[in-house]
Structures are given as structure tokens and as C-alpha cells.
Design a binder for this molecule. Structure first.
Ligand SMILES: [Zn+2]
Length: 486
């Protein structure tokens, strides 16, 4: 960590150009080159199954021609002429999908005691500036939105390190610090003093490099309205993990996106008062009675659809609160530091041994998201590596796509949500999000066929970012034991 901070500060002190574009081919550092599997001017991926991210059926026996970091051509093997000198890969048995666009992909992870949760300890999250960029890339996530930052200066510096080729990682869209009101659950979140400060803070962080904002659980309507107005005046979108403001109120204030979905929305909670996050919000006592098919919920869905408010699905984090879910994976335990592994397993065991949760929030949220999308709402996909841990960069994004399938979407629809929808929302769809000639070669080569068996999305063979192929295993090995508290 210290080395990374030092490197970042040298770059900043040297006046590193702020406007570097990810599409300019940077000179890769020796560190980043160590993770590169293939770097050639022209690369042909032969005999692949193409899942293009639009939701269209997969096409078999295709060749993808990558030229100077762009997709030049995609077509049947027989029709694509491979230029002389191209690096040709025979990828029979493999599928190619667009790089995942993770829309709730923080750079932090819960702190740990190493002996289970300490009663009364403040909620703290550690910045994973070393391990998370590598795990996102290894998991096939080529673009992230950080969706609320606890160390926004670090996130901005990491973005520069990655875009300039100094460190491996995804393309980062930096969300400013949380816009929180009075009553924050953790000391790392600043509490706004009112709408004037909300406006000041939004303008300062746009000047400093943030390209989105996230409102949080105790913000008032006045503060949220001011933040949205200031952000929109400069073409910047606002999302929210809201509690004190209902989804319907937020849509009326002009919010662009809402995180997590109906299980955090308190507008159907009988204890809800204006501008207040109800004290029983976290226990969700009322959500059990919230019927997705009922008129009030359907009216809220219609409101969001009419106002073009997207919902970010983060089923992964809700899954961790269900008993014995997700299936315990060795790759997760191997990535965690010893104290964080101990904590994760301790809480997981407590949940498994306790009574089953009174409300299955995961199932409720799945029903909501399916109904929202069916009504014409735009669903985005993100992972939210918080809670008591276990949702890890990259791995969580893959699991997220699997859970969308469990929610009722087809594998092709789920991949579409996790690729093209995110790219569209970020205003990046000219360059990324689908596999099409002319776009950047941000794509994932997967062993198997996730269009039939979505779990194959975990079998990442190569990850291309700007036409350079990275070796997922090398990235993963380099951060073994590094996730979480040290
Ligand atoms: Zn979050």
C-alpha cells in the first residue's frame, strides 16, 4: 500500500496530465506487463462463440479481429480474412462476452478484527487499492463505477495509475464521496450541513475529477435536490442508496439511478417520516408485507420507468445474509487476509446456525427487479463488496450475473444487463458494452458456454482491455491473502 501511495504522489507531483484518455495506448510499466498474456498489433480470436451483449442469441464459429485495440471485424470463421502477421488464437470451446461493466463496484472492503465482529466497534472499511483493481480485471470487469467513495483522492489516483499503464486494473468512473446527511452509521462518511454544502461539495468534486455522485441513507430532500441540481448543471448523474428519501420522492427530485432496489426503499414502511430514515429500517420489518404486485409498488415502478430512473441490482450482497449462501468458494478464502477470512467465516457460521431470516430479502428483491425490468425499467449490475464480507471484486460481479438468472432473466439477458446497460448509462456505449466492429476491444474469453450455463462466467481464460490480453490467474495469484484487513 505504502509503495502505491508513493508512486501516486510522484505522478501527481510531476504534473501527470489529468485528461489522459483510456483509449490512448499507454506504455505499460514493468509491473503491468507482468500480467499481460498477449500484446500484438493485430489479434484474431478464431472459432469462438460470440455473446455480443445486446441480448441477441449467441453465434457459433466466429472470428473476432482485433486491430490496434479496436474490434475491426466479427464474422463467421470462413468470412473473416486474417491479415498477415496477425497473432492467431484457436479458441474452440470458448465464448467471448463484452467486458463486464460493474456499476456498484467500490474500492473498499469491510475492516476486520480477526476474531469475529467486535461489539461496539465503529463500522470501518479499508481501501483495497492494491488487490481490487487486479481482481476486477481478473473477473472480466473492464469498467467500474465506484458508486460512493470513502477515499476519493485515492480512487482518482488509482484511476491515473491504471489509465497510464502503471498498474493493471479496469477503467474507473469515480463517484465522489457519499452525500450523507446527519446520522451516518460510520465515521468515514461526511455529514452534510444542508443544501448549500451539498452544492459546494458536488462542485468541488466535479472540479477534482468525480464523474458521478451517490446520495446516502440520511440525506434530506433539500440536500438531495440541491446536489442533483448542481450535478445536472454540469452533466453529471446522481444515484442513491436511500432511506430518508423514498424512491418516488427521489424520482420527483430528478435522481438518475437508485441502488439495491425495493428492499432498501422505506416509502412503504409505516414508521417512515419525511426526511427521516426510520429506526427500524435495517430490520426491514415492513418489507415482508410489501407485495411487488400491489398497486403502490406498481405505481412506484411506473414512476421510475417514466422518469427513466435506473436500478442497480446488487443481489450479491443480499445473498450473503441468507443461510449457507453463496456456496463457499476456495478462491474467495484464498484472496482474503487471515483476519478477514476469520471474520467472514465466523459471521457466515453465525447466520447458518441461527434461525432463518424472517424475510427472504434476496427473493423479494429478485421479484422486484424482474418486475421492474418487465415494466420497461433499466436494470444495471453491481456487486457492493460490503456487509460482513465475502463479496469480492470481480468474483462478486460474476456471481451477480448468476443471481440475475436465478431471478428469472435468461443468461443472455443477464449478460446484457451487466454489459450494455451499464455502458449506456455511463454514456460509453460508443466504445464499450457490446461486441461490434469499431468498438474498443474490451472483452472476456470464457471457457465454456455461459449462454447455456451461466456459471461458466467464472471460467475466465483471458481478459482483453483496449486489445491487450491479461492473464487472470497471474492477477489473482499476485493478490492472494491481500483482500481485507492486514
Ligand atoms: Zn455500496
Amino acid at each position: 500500500m505504502r509503495q502505491l501511495f508513493a508512486a501516486a504522489s510522484i505522478l501527481l507531483a510531476a504534473g501527470f496530465p489529468a485528461g489522459i484518455q483510456a483509449q490512448d495506448k499507454p506504455a505499460l510499466s514493468r509491473i503491468t506487463k507482468g500480467f499481460v498474456a498477449i500484446d500484438a498489433p493485430i489479434i484474431a480470436l478464431q472459432h469462438v462463440r460470440v455473446i455480443d451483449g445486446t441480448g441477441a442469441p449467441a453465434t457459433e464459429n466466429q472470428t473476432i479481429l482485433i486491430d490496434q485495440g479496436n474490434i475491426r471485424e466479427i464474422g463467421p470463421d470462413s468470412s473473416v480474412t486474417i491479415p498477415q502477421g496477425a497473432k492467431v488464437l484457436d479458441l474452440s470451446g470458448h465464448s467471448v462476452i463484452p467486458g463486464l461493466v460493474g456499476m456498484h463496484d467500490h474500492m473498499f472492503y469491510p475492516s476486520a478484527s480477526g476474531s469475529g465482529p467486535v461489539p461496539g466497534a465503529p463500522a470501518l472499511y479499508d481501501e483495497m487499492g492494491f488487490s481490487f483493481p487486479r481482481l476486477y480485471l481478473a473477473g472480466g470487469v473492464t469498467t467500474i463505477r465506484t458508486a460512493g467513495s470513502l477515499e476519493p483522492y485515492t480512487d482518482l489516483a488509482l484511476k491515473k495509475l491504471i489509465d497510464s499503464g502503471q498498474q493493471p486494473g479496469p477503467k474507473m468512473h469515480i463517484t465522489g464521496p457519499y452525500l450523507e446527511g446527519l446520522g451516518s452509521f460510520g465515521p468515514q462518511l461526511h455529514e452534510l450541513s444542508g443544501p448549500e454544502e451539498a452544492t459546494r461539495l458536488v462542485n468541488y468534486w466535479i472540479d477534482t475529477g468525480a464523474t458521478s455522485f451517490k446520495a446516502y441513507m440520511h440525506i434530506t430532500r433539500a440536500e438531495l435536490g440541491a446536489a442533483i441540481k448542481a450535478a445536472h448543471a454540469r452533466g453529471i448523474k446522481v444515484t442513491g442508496h436511500l432511506c430518508s428519501v423514498g424512491f418516488t420522492e427521489a424520482a420527483d427530485l430528478g435522481i438518475d439511478n437508485l441502488e439495491h432496489g425495493v428492499v432498501v426503499d422505506q416509502e412503504f414502511n409505516p414508521h417512515k417520516q419525511l426526511d427521516q430514515c426510520p429506526p427500524d429500517a435495517n430490520d426491514h420489518p415492513s418489507i415482508e408485507n410489501v407485495d411487488i404486485e400491489s398497486a403502490p409498488v406498481q405505481a412506484m415502478i411506473r414512476k421510475l420507468v417514466e422518469h427513466k430512473v435506473a436500478i442497480t441490482s446488487t443481489l450479491v450482497i443480499f445473498e450473503t445474509f441468507q443461510q449457507n449462501r453463496p456456496p463457499l468458494q476456495q478462491r474467495v478464502l484464498q484472496a482474503l487476509s487471515q483476519p478477514s477470512r476469520t471474520d467472514y467465516l465466523a459471521v457466515r457460521a453465525t447466520i447458518a446456525e441461527g434461525p432463518p431470516p424472517s424475510v427472504n430479502l434476496l427473493k423479494k428483491e429478485m421479484q422486484f427487479e424482474y418486475a421492474f425490468a418487465k415494466a420497461g425499467g433499466v436494470l444495471l449490475s453491481g456487486e457492493d463488496p460490503t456487509g460482513y464480507g465475502g463479496a469480492l471484486a470481480g468474483y462478486g460481479d460474476q456471481r451477480q450475473v448468476e443471481l440475475l438468472v436465478e431471478a428469472g432473466f435468461t443468461p443472455l439477458q443477464a449478460i446484457h444487463i451487466a454489459t450494455q446497460n451499464g455502458a449506456d448509462f455511463l454514456g460509453e456505449s460508443d466504445r464499450i458494452g457490446t461486441l461490434k466492429s469499431g468498438k474498443r476491444a474490451d472483452l472476456v474469453v470464457i471457457k465454456g458456454d455461459p449462454s447455456r450455463k451461466i456459471e461458466d462466467i467464472e471460467n475466465v481464460h483471458l481478459v482483453f482491455k483496449d486489445g491487450i490480453a491479461y492473464d487472470p490467474q497471474k492477477l489473482i495469484t499476485s493478490v492472494a491473502g491481500a483482500v481485507g484487513f492486514h
